[in-house]
Ligand binder design. Structure first.
Ligand code: GDP
Length: 362
């Protein structure tokens, strides 16, 4: 068994903003995730992206490297340690990432197919984002599908745009305008990102291609910008524990485990926790805190690194007794200074009855 110690920087910095990706089916959500995860720096090397449970972590050096082709990104002062991107795109994981009704996602990417504009699930996503009050940016994906498009691998949007024929640029402008009108019909002010002077009033649009990587540096820069501008306060409150159960999974050798996103606070091996269960709150103790091993390590019997302590934000697998009935999408509470066992049980009970009401309605 390999045991990892938390580093000093993990303990002291702001937590990383958490980002989810939403949008209509087939707009390219999965492909965009794959594209931003693809890294020339091999897994495990300094600056590389690390795979977590249910999420990918982009350290700030990696974000710098990926956005270095954009001058504006070079001027950004980055104080966040990185970006935590949720691996499963779509409504469900976004909806599951909540605690006491509010969203645990700090920011989101809404993907729209530039050839189709706003579609049914785009509207549903917009509704969710509004209800949860999440800031988001819009990726107008599949720009490479426009007639006559000349691809320039991984180029920033405006660089590749300058190199396109006039008719292609005109088509792009027309499609952007059409999308802006469609957003306006939904009561949302959208604007091309380089023209956006007020992130509070306008949602930024950026053309992307998940196939050629064009516009992806811009997308990453926008995410970090958005996180830095509005989130400093949210990202600094370290003390309050916020942790959400993404999935409940049976793992050979470990029994039933829960995959959680620790959004705020700290988890320790041995902590007494309370999670929502189908038959009422489950009170148990963390037996193991696990994250995946880096890819280059040979797969031996166990594929996980054990941690004594985990600091937010991170995706982590928890092994503990009695988790069979745990409910995905509910909160996890740690018994301790912040709340005692009875209070945690009450909160979990209340949450289960709220969830039931929600399930009855839908
Ligand atoms: P999701 O359902 O939103 O996750 O969509 P996927 O990522 O699975 O993509 C749906 C289809 O669109 C796949 O065949 C992708 O290869 C394709 N696709 C995704 N992004 C792009 C893009 O930027 N350009 C082109 N040409 N195809 C894309």
């Amino acid at each position: 068994i390999r045991i990892a110690e938390a580093s000093e920087t993990e303990k002291n910095t702001l937590r990383s903003p958490i980002c989810a990706i939403l949008g209509h089916v087939d707009t390219g959500k999965t492909k965009i995730l794959d594209r931003i995860r693809k890294s020339k720096v091999q897994e495990g090397e300094a600056g590389g992206i690390t795979q977590q449970i249910g999420a990918s972590f982009f350290p700030v050096e990696e974000l710098r490297r990926k956005t270095k082709s954009i001058p504006a990104a070079q001027r950004l002062q980055l104080s966040v340690p990185g970006l935590l991107v949720i691996d499963t795109p779509g409504h469900e994981s976004f909806a599951n990432l909540r605690s006491r009704g509010s969203s645990l996602c700090d920011i989101a990417i809404l993907v729209v197919d530039i050839m189709h504009g706003l579609q049914q699930q785009t509207l549903e996503s917009l509704h969710l984002l509004r209800v949860r009050n999440s800031p988001f940016i819009v990726a107008l994906n599949k720009i490479d599908r426009m007639y006559g498009w000349e691809p320039h691998q991984d180029a920033p949007l405006r660089d590749t745009m300058k190199k396109q024929e006039k008719h292609v640029r005109d088509e792009y402008d027309a499609r952007v305008q059409k999308t802006i009108t469609e957003f306006a019909e939904q009561g949302i002010n959208a604007i091309e990102y380089h023209k956006n002077k007020d992130f509070r009033k306008y949602v930024s649009l950026v053309g992307t291609s998940a196939v050629t990587g064009e516009g992806i540096p811009d997308l990453l820069m926008l995410l970090v910008q958005l996180a830095q501008r509005f989130m400093t306060e949210r990202l600094t409150t370290r003390d309050r524990l916020e942790c959400s159960v993404l999935e409940v999974k049976m793992i050979e050798g470990l029994g039933t485990t829960i995959d959680v996103i620790l959004v705020n606070g700290v988890l320790h091996e041995g902590d007494e926790i309370v999670v929502c269960g189908l038959n009422g709150p489950i009170v148990t103790n963390i037996r193991a805190l696990l994250t995946p091993k880096p890819m280059h390590e040979i797969r031996v019997k166990t594929d996980y690194i054990h941690h004594k302590v985990i600091y937010a934000s991170q995706g982590v697998k928890i092994a503990a007794p009695d988790l069979v009935d745990a409910i995905a999408g509910s909160s996890l509470y740690v018994v301790g200074d912040e709340i005692d066992r009875e209070a945690a049980i009450d909160l979990a009970k209340k949450e289960v009855s709220d969830l039931n009401r929600y399930i009855d309605k839908s």
